[in-house]
Ligand binder design. Sequence first.
Ligand code: NAD
Length: 280
Amino acid sequence: MAERIDGRVRADQVLAEVQTGAMAFREATGRPPGLAIVLVGDHPASLSYIRSKEQAATKGGLYSETHRLPATMAEDALRRFVGRLSEDERLDGILVQLPLPETLRQEEVLAALPPDKDVDGFTTLNQGRLLAGEAGLRPCTPLGVIDLLRWHGVSLDGANVVVIGRSRTVGRPLALMLLEQHASVTVLHSHSQSLAQDVLRADVVIAAAGQAGIVRREMVRPGAVVIDVGINRVDGKLVGDVAADVADVASAMTPVPGGVGPMTVAMLMANTLEAARWHY
Ligand code: NAD
């Protein structure tokens, strides 16, 4: 039976480290690191995500403020709003919760964020820095995945890692960050022809497709480590991308919920502290 890689336990450790760092920052500067959360509309999953981010900010000793804006807001007005927030010196990080309502273009809105306050790491400049191997704010979910693997003692150097998913926010940056750790990375996506065979070769399987049960037991090499990023609602229940019986063959596996999700939120707080240190 696979060992459970408990994201809640690790996320609490990360938040405790953030709290220590935030206290030292406050002593040095007279203010805590600050995070603004911007939610446009009332997407139900987003409402629950921002609640956990607010709670984590409190745990991490950060100042946070949440701005709830109407779904009817015009793109220009939202860009100006984000621009005003970015001039506020109490705020080191600004997070625009995605997805935005369909009337708003995500790229245009993200472009209004200054890269040094882009704690989600989604702006073009920060993504380019990742590609170039330069320092910058990295996306939180991939950061959380890498941290969990390190915490569990998984060596990535030379390991065969399969990432399922190539989105701009998860799969693609994660593949680049795994390369930085010297892994041999295979990225699979909706056009891939040999998913089952490719997954079977992996020492580490990371599923970020948003397809419940896409990773089945017979696809996983006995002893492989499996990280489940997926969040899917099936019959009113939250499940990941990995079938439950994969735990019979994997050596270690993250649960859903309680795996990568809490890590994403904790890494957002770690990024906010890092941004604050740059601002000081
Ligand atoms: P996305 O829809 O933007 O991308 C999904 C990717 O999976 C695409 O690249 C697509 O090509 C690939 N894919 C889809 N179906 C596939 C298939 N049948 N075979 C192979 N590849 C396939 O989604 P995303 O934003 O990258 O998120 C992926 C999943 O991770 C979602 O379930 C999302 O809810 C979850 N997620 C979780 C966290 C967290 O903190 N745990 C954070 C972000 C996203």
